[in-house]
Write a protein that binds this ligand. Structure first.
Ligand code: FAD
Ligand code: DHB
Length: 391
């Protein structure tokens, strides 16, 4: 098999890149190791930035998002028994959209199956070779057969645990990492969200987040110790803990309860691999960088990477110039590091570290109070949360 751009991984980054390349007339093949049902049901992100919304609309994948997604104009930060609202349009002129990653993935897969390009499920990539040659290859197993895809370029969209990153030699690749001393227990519950907008809550018992998937489904998260088994938390315990962490001093907040349909635990990590390109191999999305989920940045960063990358391949295709491709890593890393900082800031400001001193807790409250009382501080949060311009 032969193609111009071989894409490893059919998460949001790989699927959107394939769609954009197909529309630009650049030949590509997408290899995904899981089956379609698994990829479509993997519970993850829920918040789309303005740039992500625009990119999905522009490539024809925005129709259901515009029908079913919930545009949001703000979030609440809750701390010290009180809440403060960050007004996105007022501070930035932008919005975000609640529309689950599962739905973005379903919409993109439906377009692929209807219009192309070639998308192979259950195609396990075992190695990417020849990054420093003109014709890198992807080795993969499909239908029990070992196969080789010859490419002009390979893009690794295979997430944090993928193989493509390892095609960049150890001596070239630099990695930067921070692991946090807590995780998120996430639940889905069949109950209307108890607030119209997301609530990010700082509490001495731990962080909590109220989000949603639809007007009838709530998505909630609790900070828990690393290594927590989700089955060790009963439904009653989860609701009790959420009540305690979202409580307002005047007692006015009431969290509605409903049947919990899923429980899972996610560890928190910051990670960046540089450069995002070596020879004819490029990385995009979680394959190159991970953020802790508190700033809702992971999916949005993945989308921003592939928008920049698709533009660079289209430029090469139409003009023969590799100028934008050569700039790809630097262009993306600048934005990536800003999102890394914002995610780190949101995470360390809102989560009490189990080891932290009362002094550090006071600093967190003081920082949140600053955001509540200064338009400038609130605008900085709003600008980063709604997303910086792409490329
Ligand atoms: P992935 O989605 O990880 O996709 C990689 C794909 O590659 C997978 O389909 C995988 O099966 C495939 N693959 C891996 N190895 C191979 C191989 N060897 N061969 C073939 N295929 C392979 N982000 C936000 O922006 N907003 C949020 O609100 C948000 N909330 C989150 C909440 C949680 C609980 C979690 C866990 C994450 C959240 N994120 C959020 C992060 C977001 O989900 C990820 O950043 C996003 O999925 C990255 O997309 P990706 O396509 O780069 O990688
Ligand atoms: C969701 C996840 C996040 O990490 C976040 O910051 C906001 C919302 C969600 O899954 O809905």
């Amino acid at each position: 098999m032969r193609t111009t751009v071989g894409i490893v991984g059919g998460g949001p980054a790989g699927l959107l890149l394939a769609r954009l390349l197909h529309q630009a007339g650049v030949d590509c093949v997408l290899l995904e190791c899981r089956d379609r049902a698994y990829v479509e049901q993997r519970q993850r992100a829920g918040i789309l930035e303005q740039g992500t919304i625009d990119a999905l609309r522009a490539c024809g994948a925005g129709e259901r998002m515009d029908r079913e997604g919930l545009p949001h104009d703000g979030v609440e930060l809750r701390f010290d028994g009180r809440g403060t609202r960050i007004d996105f349009p007022g501070l930035t002129g932008r919005q975000v959209m609640v529309y689950a990653q599962t739905e973005v993935v379903k919409d993109l897969i439906a377009l692929h199956l209807a219009e192309g390009p070639q998308l192979l499920f259950e195609a396990q990539v075992t190695a990417v070779e020849g990054a420093d040659t003109d014709s890198p290859v992807i080795r993969f197993t499909h239908s029990g057969r070992e196969q080789t895809l010859h490419c002009d370029y390979v893009v690794g969209c295979d997430g944090f645990h993928g193989v493509t990153r390892h095609a960049i030699p150890d001596g070239v690749r630099q990695t930067f990492e921070r692991v946090y001393p807590y995780s998120w227990l996430g639940i889905l519950a069949d109950v209307p969200p108890s607030s119209d907008e997301l609530i990010y809550a700082h509490h001495e018992r731990g962080f909590a987040l109220l989000s949603m998937r639809s007007p009838s489904v709530s998505r909630l998260y609790l900070q828990v110790p690393n290594g927590t088994d989700p089955a060790s938390w009963s439904d009653e315990q989860i609701w009790g803990e959420l009540d305690a962490r979202f409580a307002l001093a005047d007692g006015s907040f009431k969290l509605a309860r409903g049947p919990i349909t899923s429980k899972s635990v996610t560890p928190m990590r910051s990670f960046v691999a540089e450069p995002m390109r070596y020879g004819r191999v490029l990385l995009a999305g979680d394959a190159a960088h991970i953020v802790p989920p508190t700033g809702a940045k992971g999916l949005n960063l993945a989308v921003a990477d592939v928008v920049v990358l698709a533009r660079a391949f289209a430029h090469l295709h139409t003009t023969g110039s590799a100028e934008l491709l050569d700039a790809y890593s630097d262009t993306c890393l600048r934005r990536v590091w800003r999102a890394e900082h914002f995610s780190y800031f949101m995470t360390t400001t809102l989560h009490p570290d189990p080891e932290q001193s009362p002094f550090e807790t006071r600093l967190q409250i003081s920082q949140l109070d600053r955001i509540a009382s200064s338009q400038h501080a609130a605008a900085e949060v709003a600008e980063n949360y709604t997303g910086l311009p792409i490329g």
